[in-house]
Design a protein around this ligand. Structure first.
Ligand SMILES: [Zn+2]
Length: 91
């Protein structure tokens, strides 16, 4: 599966308009078909959309562990870090 970041990178490069789809594909290590699909809007960024809607929130569960990002002892995934990143995304 192609990472959401790659899809948005493809989109950015397409919008810049300086590189051909072929060059973008080569640069990001994806197929030309993928770049073309993004260009045609056939490759919706599901992951980003889910994040915007907050649907990527996985309820924390299990044994508390040390969060690698904030260092708190929390059930993973770390809700504090999730909320912080949600705020940074402007919600
Ligand atoms: Zn955390």
């Amino acid at each position: 599966m192609i990472a959401s970041g790659t899809i948005s990178e493809i989109r950015c490069l397409l919008e810049e308009g300086t590189l051909s789809q072929r060059s973008i594909a080569a640069r990001l290590g994806v197929s030309r078909g993928t770049v073309s699909a993004v260009a045609l809007g056939k490759r919706p960024d599901h992951e980003a959309r889910r994040r915007l809607r907050g649907e990527d929130l996985i309820p924390p569960r299990g044994v508390p562990r040390r969060c690698p990002e904030c260092g708190r002892r929390v059930q993973m995934p770390c809700l504090a870090c999730y909320l912080q990143s949600a705020r940074q995304r402007g919600r």
